[in-house]
Design a protein around this ligand. Structure first.
Ligand SMILES: C[S@@+](CC[C@H](N)C(=O)[O-])C[C@H]1O[C@@H](n2cnc3c(N)ncnc32)[C@H](O)[C@@H]1O
Length: 180
């Protein structure tokens, strides 16, 4: 996705559907990186209104697949037919049944976006449970790495893995990246 397409899609989604819940410059850095990865299979934990999903859909294109998992799909404002290759699953990302369901539907993930349970234990569990699905060379991103819950876990990852991050100084809360 190029910058012009990104700008018009981001502005449109914010005006029409109040989504995505992202800082525009910081999220652009992620979108540009995911574009260069050219993923086929994308998994998002934490959909809320649905805006971030629309960007993955634009990047993946025909033949790809996107799964969006959320404990409450009632908040989605984006029309379902707005995204072509999407499967939305309602459930708790910490439930073993849900983890197995996701694995059965997408055993190999190119890009995993973790933006669900923001508590320390929650984001840690999401990392541990879904990390085995990410293929070698794949990408994992965490939103809100300066949040009170995600932050301490992200700092642990920074001490253990080679990571990088984007942080828009004005209004951003940080996106962390881990490449396998
Ligand atoms: C910050 S919002 C996601 C925002 C969205 N990715 C965006 O940028 O527009 C977090 C979402 O995670 C969901 N969530 C929280 N805990 C969860 C869990 N244990 N399993 C699945 N979803 C969860 C919430 O329902 C909420 O919709």
């Amino acid at each position: 996705m190029d910058r012009g397409t990104y700008d018009s899609l981001f502005d449109r989604l914010r005006v029409e559907y109040s989504t995505p819940i992202q800082a525009k410059e910081e999220f652009w850095e992620l979108v540009a990186l995911v574009t260069s990865l050219a993923p086929t299979n994308v998994l998002e934990l934490g959909v809320e209104k649905g805006g971030t999903i629309k960007f993955w859909d634009e990047i993946v294109g025909p033949g790809g697949k996107i799964i969006g998992l959320d404990i409450n799909l009632g908040a989605v404002t984006m029309p379902r037919d707005f995204v072509s290759d999407l499967e939305l699953i309602e459930g708790d990302s910490h439930s073993s049944e849900i983890i197995q369901l996701v694995k059965s539907k997408m055993p190999v993930v190119d890009f995993l976006f973790i933006d669900g349970d923001h508590r320390y234990e929650g984001v840690k569990a999401d990392f541990e449970n879904f990390r085995p699905l990410v293929r070698p060379g794949g990408l994992m991103a965490f939103h809100d790495i300066h949040d009170a819950g995600v932050g301490p876990f992200w700092q642990e990852l920074e001490r253990t893995y080679k990571t990088s991050k984007f942080h828009q100084q004005s209004g951003g809360i940080g996106i962390g990246l881990l490449r396998f």
